[in-house]
Write a protein that binds this ligand. Structure first.
Ligand SMILES: [Zn+2]
Length: 495
């Protein structure tokens, strides 16, 4: 190498290295100190009793409205009436469809767009054969002082009771909102009901038909996760879901003559299908760091300790390597691309019969911006066998719109979180599962999915699983958050 070039490279590397400490020092999140907010009174004992009681009522919905068992829902409504008398006295209740409850708290200024807080009343059933795995029975609502146990403790009777507690307490304190505040408690979120009685769909229809445009919607989704790596980071991450993925099942089939298995060709329809599956799995959707993911990673990399920022301040340069590394880890990859899951296969009905049709079902979770048509086009491109039949199955859902992070309501959520705990990193993220919130995008642009409960990752994984439970320690801050959220977001000002 030319001496001069060597010198230039050496000088450049030297300069870059010399500037690293300075860059690392400045590479951090610049947050203004949020002044602490006035304290909020929270009746933790009442919350604990009411959540336990709520868990005892087995509000399990059915996809088929004809098979709905209404008794637990009627009981749940009676329980709410008894537990929250002020809420029922001061708010107007509309049962937009059997089982779903919409409460309207009329604000002082009818010219302002209302806000809505969503929760679903239904819970998922207990998987067969797992009842005995529970430390405490799933529908007893056991409160052992540390946790409240049972189905719905995290998804999402904890959230629903939190909202009711906040409203009941604010009413007792004489608070009057400026905007209308709606509480929308659907009854069949978990079964992804596609029938006319889908609670969330009916409520949105009600808003649309009455010309009501919502200023902000808050639903389940993100939580507060402790992020601790000794010497690297000691923060709490409040993930605010600003979008959710779509859902598409596709059946891919290969056809053949069939016949007696004693005269089998080298490759039956199943053998040919195997090649098709390999084509699909070997051509995953492209992973990329979207602006939403970029915002999340930038926030995290700016919040690590100073020595570690020597590396993370190069985040922009490291992005291609990071994308590659993340695409090998399934949970991380799911945040970067449409995922492909080959889940079900079928062939001939009997061992001695050659299949005339062999099919596989592939489940895709689509990334915002990608539709079911994009999935089909991708499959046509990557499958070499052009004789396959590709069919999108009913029940698909496009990804949601992406809510802005510079709206009044997002900024207020950030302000409340950071005032309550300056260690909090508030960051937007993509929700992997579905929520009722996606139905509201016709009547609202500012949809945020956030449950203000501090719950560790391992505990979060008990959602829909065994030993679902809520830490008692998370209650006080959560109810205080809901009170503050209603106070600030229902206000007229644009701060
Ligand atoms: Zn849920």
């Amino acid at each position: 190498m030319d001496k001069k070039i060597k010198y230039v490279i050496g000088a450049a590397v030297g300069a870059a290295a010399a500037s690293l400490p300075v860059r690392a020092a400045f590479y951090r999140e610049k947050n203004e100190e949020e002044a602490p907010l006035p304290p909020e009174s929270v009746d933790t004992d009442r919350y604990r009793k009411n959540l336990s009681d709520a868990i005892r009522i087995r509000t399990i919905a059915s996809k088929d409205p004809a098979k709905m068992e209404w008794a637990p829902f009627d009981e749940f409504h009676a329980f709410l009436r008894e537990s929250y008398p002020l809420l029922h006295e001061k708010l107007t209740l509309t049962e937009v469809t059997r089982g779903s409850l919409m409460f309207r708290w009329t604000g002082k200024d009818a010219s302002l767009d209302p806000i809505a807080l969503l929760s679903h009343q239904d819970v998922v059933p207990i998987s067969a054969g797992t009842w005995d795995d529970w430390t405490n029975p799933p529908f007893d609502g056991v409160d052992d002082g540390e946790f409240i146990w049972g189905r719905g403790a995290l998804d999402m009777k904890n959230h629903l009771i939190g909202v009711c507690e906040a409203v009941e307490t604010l009413l007792a304190e004489g608070f009057e909102p400026e905007r209308d505040v709606y509480l929308c408690f659907g009854h069949n979120e978990e079964v992804m009901s596609s029938s006319d009685d889908n609670g969330a769909v009916c409520m949105c229809k009600y808003f649309a038909e009455n010309g009501i445009h919502l200023d902000a919607v808050l639903d389940e989704g993100g939580a507060i996760l402790p992020v601790n790596v000794k010497g690297v980071i000691d923060k709490e991450l409040a993930g605010i879901g600003i979008a959710e993925k779509g859902y598409v099942d596709v059946e891919v089939s290969v056809f053949a003559k069939g016949g007696h298995s004693s005269q089998s060709p080298n490759h039956t329809a199943i053998g040919k299908l195997a090649d098709v599956i390999k084509d699909i799995e070997n051509h995953q959707f492209k992973a990329k760091i979207s602006p939403m993911m970029d915002a999340l990673l930038t926030k995290i990399t700016k919040n690590v300790s100073y020595p570690v920022r020597f590396v993370t301040c190069n985040y922009k340069l490291l992005k291609p390597v990071l994308t590659k590394a993340m695409s090998y880890i399934p949970p991380a990859a799911s945040m970067l691309r449409t995922t492909t899951g080959v889940t079900m296969a079928s062939g001939s009905p009997q061992p001695n019969v050659l299949p005339q049709k062999a099919s596989v079902i592939v489940n895709f979770r689509t990334y915002p911006g990608q539709t079911a048509d994009d999935v089909v086009a991708h499959l046509h491109k990557v499958i070499r066998n052009k004789k396959v039949e590709i069919r999108v199955l009913p029940g698909w859902k496009d990804p949601s719109a992406i809510s802005p992070t510079d709206s009044r309501s997002f900024r207020l959520i950030e302000k409340i979180c950071r005032s309550m705990n300056p260690k909090t990193i508030v960051a937007p993220y993509l929700v992997m599962g579905g929520t009722d919130a996606c139905h509201y995008q016709d009547v609202c642009e500012n949809i945020y999915r956030y449950s203000p409960f501090k719950v560790g990752t391992s505990l979060l994984l008990t959602t829909h699983g065994t030993n679902e439970r809520l830490p008692v320690a998370a209650i006080e801050d959560a109810v205080a958050f809901f009170k503050r959220y209603i106070r600030f977001v229902s206000a007229a000002d644009n701060k």
